[in-house]
Design a protein around this ligand. Structure first.
Ligand SMILES: Nc1ncnc2c1ncn2[C@@H]1O[C@H](COP(=O)(O)OP(=O)(O)OP(=O)(O)O)[C@@H](O)[C@H]1O
Length: 560
């Protein structure tokens, strides 16, 4: 079909995202604009009353307590309107950001696990969305008011004195030209400053994470010097943005001073011959600050637009990605028959196959122990079952359906997974366990903690399960972290259980207790446990031995 010129030209996705969000938040955005216009109206009325009072002081008219009272009341009203406008702006910004953040979160959660680095997801959902605040809270109201409020002021001036109104109108047309010229430079400098800031924060986060390693290798001083250089770079770029911003403000002040000069010259000349309308003259002079105030707010908010556009360009592709669809298994809760058929996978093209022609079947109620030396492919197999990546060839079927065709949310519903290096969040042990089933009550969490032998060490802690652990499980030993993560699998109550080294780092006594709990967990479910532990292998009947990614010999051992 021929494309129509102009109408369906592809739009910048970042700008399209900002416009769509602004359209959605229009009712909330209208409030600060209307309040700003009301404040401008108030300022115009106040200027008229002040002009009357000043004229009376100069003996050019009459005014009394009524005018003075009205001026005070209008000043108070203007302050109240200003406060209301600030709060409405903040609310509009908050509403727009929370809507965007919800959508971004939903998209990120719908993505296959590990499809993007965790830090990137966090930056998208937190920093990038935060960078939008000024756009909605300040830029949009300021841009709307920069067009409407000066018009209202100039029209009021024209009503009092046509020539003064025309002078203001002419200045109003000049201001955007001056601001555009200095604004283009400021926009480019601001973009460069944004890049420098991003590089510095990325580098800082990375080095903070690796601080213990840097200290061990005595690299901390070199890294501190590199960070210092990056900070200096950011400082010089920030100064450049500020210089250009001052230039833009300077242009505005220059035009304002010229307008004031023109008005003073006109009314001074008229006054020399006895001014026909002294109140109108003072009114026009007093209107000058009110005329330029919206332009000043616009100029201050300009850089907000720049940072929002940068953030929107990063968010737009995430929001535009289609939601992964897929099959759902009918049975709720289902029991799962897992079939792995001739699975072959090479995670790195430059290295040997991690899995080669692996086939097996696990029925509901069965537990398969994956055994084999380090690097034999156990974790790779579990990750493929989790859908972290697609196999190069072969098939994984759950109840006869291709696992790849399942909706990601459905796969998560079916599987309880313990990774080899589980992640604990900075929260209480109880909250960390409850992550796997947020609706679980305290009794269920405590039962899971007992089953995973978490209670064995939390019982000795003053705050018990409510003990706060640091980021990444800081403050717990390797074995304790693992048991907290294992408790999640107990709480999960999923039909398919995949556990990667669930008894690593445990002493033989605790290991024996955990294995007993695992037997209870796996009863009636479909389970695969990757483990080096001889004690664990001995307690389950089916063992699949892997070596260099290939099945060595499936064997059955008698259940003790
Ligand atoms: N993302 C990856 N990129 C490149 N190579 C990988 C990747 N993941 C796994 N491998 C390689 O695949 C092979 C199998 O690794 P895998 O982690 O599955 O072994 P494992 O049996 O779980 O070992 P361990 O018992 O030490 O956990 C190894 O040679 C590993 O280096």
């Amino acid at each position: 079909m021929p494309r129509r010129a102009g109408h369906d030209r592809p739009r910048d996705p970042g700008r399209a995202l900002l416009s769509a969000a602004a359209r959605e938040g229009r009712p909330a955005l209208m409030r600060p604009i209307l309040l700003g216009l009301a404040a401008t109206g108030c300022g115009i009325a106040q200027a008229w009353i002040l002009a009357t009072l000043l004229a009376a002081l100069l003996g050019l008219g009459e005014a009394g307590w009524t005018e003075l009272g009205m001026a005070a009341a209008l000043a108070l009203l203007q302050v109240a309107l200003g406060v209301a406008q600030e709060s409405a702006s903040a609310q509009a910004g908050e509403a727009a950001r929370s809507g965007l953040r919800r959508r971004i979160f939903a998209r990120l959660l719908a993505e296959p696990p590990a499809s993007r680095p965790a830090g990137e997801g966090a930056t998208l959902a937190v920093d990038r969305v935060e960078a939008m605040d000024g756009y909605f809270a300040r830029w949009i109201p300021a841009a709307a008011l920069a067009v409407t409020a000066p018009l209202a002021v100039a029209a009021s001036a024209a009503a009092a004195d046509m020539v003064s109104g025309m002078i203001l109108m002419a200045a109003g047309l000049l201001v955007p030209v001056g601001m555009a010229v200095s604004g283009i430079g400021a926009a480019m400098a601001s973009r460069r400053q944004f890049d420098a800031l991003q590089q510095l924060s990325g580098r800082f986060l990375d080095r903070m994470r690796g601080l213990p390693t840097l200290v061990i290798f005595r690299r901390q001083e070199d890294e501190a010097r590199a960070l210092d250089a990056a900070a200096q770079e950011l400082r010089s770029r920030t100064m450049r943005v500020l210089r250009l911003a001052f230039l833009s403000t300077g242009t505005l002040e220059l035009v304002a001073a010229a307008v004031l000069g023109c008005l003073a010259w006109r009314h001074g000349n008229l006054a020399a011959e006895g001014h026909p309308a002294p109140v109108a003259a003072l009114f026009c002079l007093l209107l000058v600050p009110a005329f330029f105030a919206p332009f000043r707010a616009f100029s201050v908010a300009y850089h907000e637009r720049m940072s929002a556009q940068g953030a929107a360009a990063a968010l737009a592709p995430v929001l535009a990605a289609s939601t992964p669809a897929g099959l759902l298994l009918e049975e709720v809760p289902p029991s799962v028959t897992l079939v792995v058929d001739h699975l072959t996978h090479r995670p790195d093209p430059g290295r040997p196959l991690a899995l080669e022609d692996v086939s097996f079947r696990v029925l509901p109620g069965e537990t398969l122990v994956l055994s084999g030396p380090s690097g034999s492919g156990k974790s790779t197999l579990l990750k493929l079952l989790m859908g972290f990546s697609a196999p190069d060839s072969g098939r994984i079927a759950l109840n006869g359906r291709d696992a790849l065709a399942l909706a990601p949310a459905e796969r998560r519903r079916l599987i309880a997974y313990l990774p080899q290096r589980p992640v604990l969040l900075r929260a209480s042990i109880r909250e960390n366990i409850r992550l796997s089933r947020p609706e679980a009550d305290d009794a269920a969490v405590e039962a899971a903690a007992r089953a995973a032998q978490v209670a064995a060490f939390t019982d000795d802690l003053p705050a018990g399960l409510d003990t706060i652990v640091g980021e990444g499980g800081h403050g717990l030993s390797g074995g304790q972290r693992l048991r907290v993560a294992l408790a999640r699998a107990f709480l999960r109550d999923a039909p398919l259980v995949l556990l990667d080294e669930p008894t690593a780092h445990l002493d033989p006594g605790t290991e024996a207790l955990v294995i007993e709990s695992l037997r209870r967990l796996c009863t009636g479910r479909t389970a695969i446990i990757a483990s080096h532990s001889a004690a664990l292998r001995a307690r389950f009947s089916r063992v699949l031995e892997l070596r260099d990614g290939r099945v060595v010999a499936p064997r059955r051992v008698a259940t003790p």
